[in-house]
Design a protein around this ligand. Structure first.
Ligand code: C5P
Length: 402
């Protein structure tokens, strides 16, 4: 994906500039063509000679250099690239990008470019969380600047927190994804994915039904994230207020039995993610509205099919990867492991739905990815981020196993 891609790499003045030589080496190994602009600050951490030797190109530093301008005007420099990558992106250069300042070669190139821009922020945790930086970040995102990282960990200043520049493989993956996407492709291109989402409604009579608190936010986000990675996604959705995700085929159903039927019709698929909160029982009978009387009516319940277990059943048509969700209020991991084995699915995303956890209907949650080999606890993330992370994992799995 990076073969012959032209990357204009702007190296600003942060300690993470020391990772840039490795970044250039890895990019060139993948066939990318790297040209560097080094800011004054950046030159405090890494020398132009190192960057020139590794990139195999001249390193540009000065806006008013006669030789540079004669060789390559700064406007041309900013245009002769497929993407402009700022790594590390300091709080200062982000602020300048927002303000449209152009007081050196790097900021001038950023203002003059007509190409996509990606930044890999790197700074002290207080600088990163400062409202000014966060507001700048939002503005840059609105302007469609792509952002990779930062991650949490030990910072060079001795503090711990969010602000470490994304690791080199993460930056490379983000660039690859960008080029794949712009070519209308992704790591899951060619794979079919089936996702269930939302609650099911089980009618008691023509006007009443049994429901649950599922909002469908998580399942819909998973469908969107898989589609973004190029998968051909069918989403079977129970009744929710979520809009249909872009680029996803959606079938709307109401009951568990309808969901089961729609899933069976959507098969085969290589990837199945069952995020729906399917009702365990449906109500038998009651074609007419129940009337209030002396005696309260008893509901005659019958068990619904288990969609996940049905799709995950061993056999020649079993999808290559089946993922379930487990909402538990106690013994979270243990129950998720039992569920994984019982339903024969490959992974279970376990989340705590005990009172106060805000998982149902909320926007964030803390989940654990339970597989046959391991339990991985993720930090508290927005549901959208949980979906993206899960989709990434699925893509990595597909690459290794399918
Ligand atoms: O309800 P339970 O905890 O068993 O749900 C665990 C997983 O099974 C979820 O992924 C859910 O979507 C799936 N499930 C299903 N059909 C059912 C019940 C649950 O697909 N009838």
């Amino acid at each position: 994906m990076l073969e012959n891609r032209r990357i204009l790499l702007i190296v600003a003045g942060g300690i993470a500039a020391v990772k840039v030589p490795d970044l250039i080496r890895r990019l060139r190994e993948r066939g990318a063509l790297v040209r560097c602009i080094l800011t004054k600050g950046g030159a405090q951490f890494v020398t132009p000679l190192t960057l020139a030797a590794l990139s195999g190109d001249k390193v540009y530093q000065d806006l008013f250099s006669l030789t540079d301008e004669a060789e390559m005007g700064h406007i041309r420099l900013s245009r002769e690239a497929d993407i402009v990558l700022v790594a590390p992106a300091t709080a200062d250069i982000m602020a300048k990008m927002v303000a449209g300042q152009a007081d050196d070669l790097a900021t001038t190139a950023l203002l003059a470019t007509d190409k996509p821009v990606m930044i890999a922020p790197s700074m002290n945790v207080m600088m990163w969380t400062h409202p000014a930086t966060q507001a700048n970040l939002q503005t840059l995102k609105v302007r469609e600047v792509k952002v990779v990282g930062p991650s949490a960990g030990d910072l060079a200043c001795g503090e711990v927190g969010n602000g470490r520049m994304a690791e080199v493989p993460t930056i490379i993956a983000a660039l690859s994804r960008f080029f794949q996407k712009s070519a209308g492709q992704g790591p899951l291109t060619g794979f079919r994915a089936l996702v269930t989402s939302g609650p099911t409604h089980e009618p008691i009579d023509p006007v009443r039904y049994i429901a649950n608190r599922s909002s469908g936010k998580q399942g819909h986000a998973v469908a969107a994230a898989l589609a973004e990675l190029g998968a051909n996604v069918t989403l079977i959705s129970g009744p929710t207020h979520e809009p249909d995700p872009d680029g996803v085929k959606v079938t709307h159903v109401e009951t568990a039995r309808q969901m089961m039927k729609a899933c069976a019709e959507a098969m085969p698929a290589e990837i199945v993610v069952c995020a729906a909160a399917v009702a365990d029982w449906s109500v038998k009978g009651n074609v007419q509205k129940l009337k209030k009387g002396v005696k309260s009516p008893a509901l005659n319940l019958s068990e619904n099919p288990d969609i996940l277990a049905t799709l995950a059943k061993a056999g020649p048509l079993r999808p290559g990867l089946v993922v379930g969700f487990a909402a538990e209020t106690e013994n979270l991991i243990e129950n998720a492991q039992l569920k994984r084995a019982k339903k024969n699915c490959d992974w279970v995303v376990a989340n705590d739905v005990s009172p106060g956890s805000d998982t149902f209907g909320g926007d964030s949650k803390t989940v654990h990815l339970v597989t046959a080999e391991s339990v991985e606890s993720w930090p508290t993330l927005r549901k959208r981020a949980v979906a993206e992370r899960l989709a990434e994992r699925i893509a990595a799995y597909a690459e290794r196993h399918f």
